[in-house]
Design a protein around this ligand. Sequence first.
Ligand SMILES: C[S@@+](CC[C@H](N)C(=O)[O-])C[C@H]1O[C@@H](n2cnc3c(N)ncnc32)[C@H](O)[C@@H]1O
Length: 299
Amino acid sequence: MGKNASARHISEVGNYGDGREYYASKYVMEHAPPNDSDAVLKALEEFDVRWTMLHLGKEKGELLDKALKEFILERRRMKQQAVSCVTSSTTCGKKPNHPIRALEIGTYIGYSAIRIGRILATEADYGSTLVSVEQNYDNAEYAKTHVEYAGLNKTVKVLHSRVEKYVDDETTSNNEVEVGIDENENKNENSLFPLYNYNRRPYDFVFIDHRKPFYLRHLKLLESRGFIDATITTVVADNIASLEHVKNREESIARGKRKGPCKCVNNACDYLDYVGRRWSSTEIFYGNGTKDGISVSKP
Ligand SMILES: C[S@@+](CC[C@H](N)C(=O)[O-])C[C@H]1O[C@@H](n2cnc3c(N)ncnc32)[C@H](O)[C@@H]1O
């Protein structure tokens, strides 16, 4: 698998082009036993100390875990409420009666997909799944290898595709086969990953972690095609508004130089402004050692 250097910028290509993903993968195979997702994550974290990688990392990973676990608990609570309202005469709210369907944009080599997958596999309803979309072929191949090695291939599906293409493919396809670059792979599989078109339901939980300047554009695209619904989908996004950036803005407002909240593209403030208006609640969480935050938008 590829160690080919690229002349394009890292944020565009999605990996360093110097082979570090190859060595990270090798490190995982040598230091983690198979079918042990915790050990795979630990190996990726250890390697990250030696050689900087693009993963979310442990601290923000734990913030992502927390958001997902809270989401699972909230669904359980809503389900119980729905059961008790059948037996009483109270007004019933929304009843989530299907396994969780999660989507990740930006798999890289699978770190956050494994974090999400291990929680879905152990703490969510049986059959809960994550589809994770990655534009870079080499990254997607490493991610598939790591997901399988971690024993999560029944829960996590990595697709080599740009998210824009994934949305188009799924919207225009028929209901028979799973589409995308992995088309042949899935044709005869009794897949746990039904097509979006199969049931025309928005994803329940979405993690956005690809390129900040495109967060808002792609969120709107997913909304326009029904993949995301502000009344249903919990959306988590990484690399949101660094503390320094937020502080500078507050100081500018205090000095009268700026009026309202920031809407810049490069810190995903435009995204933040939008979800802040459309979702019921949006909070940003920062770790002690992290420059920027993770936003959690709840319906
Ligand atoms: C920061 S990394 C993701 C890290 C990963 N979520 C983790 O924590 O392990 C960003 C990834 O997004 C991918 N990416 C960028 N634009 C994309 C797009 N339009 N569709 C799908 N993937 C994209 C890049 O190739 C890169 O691998």
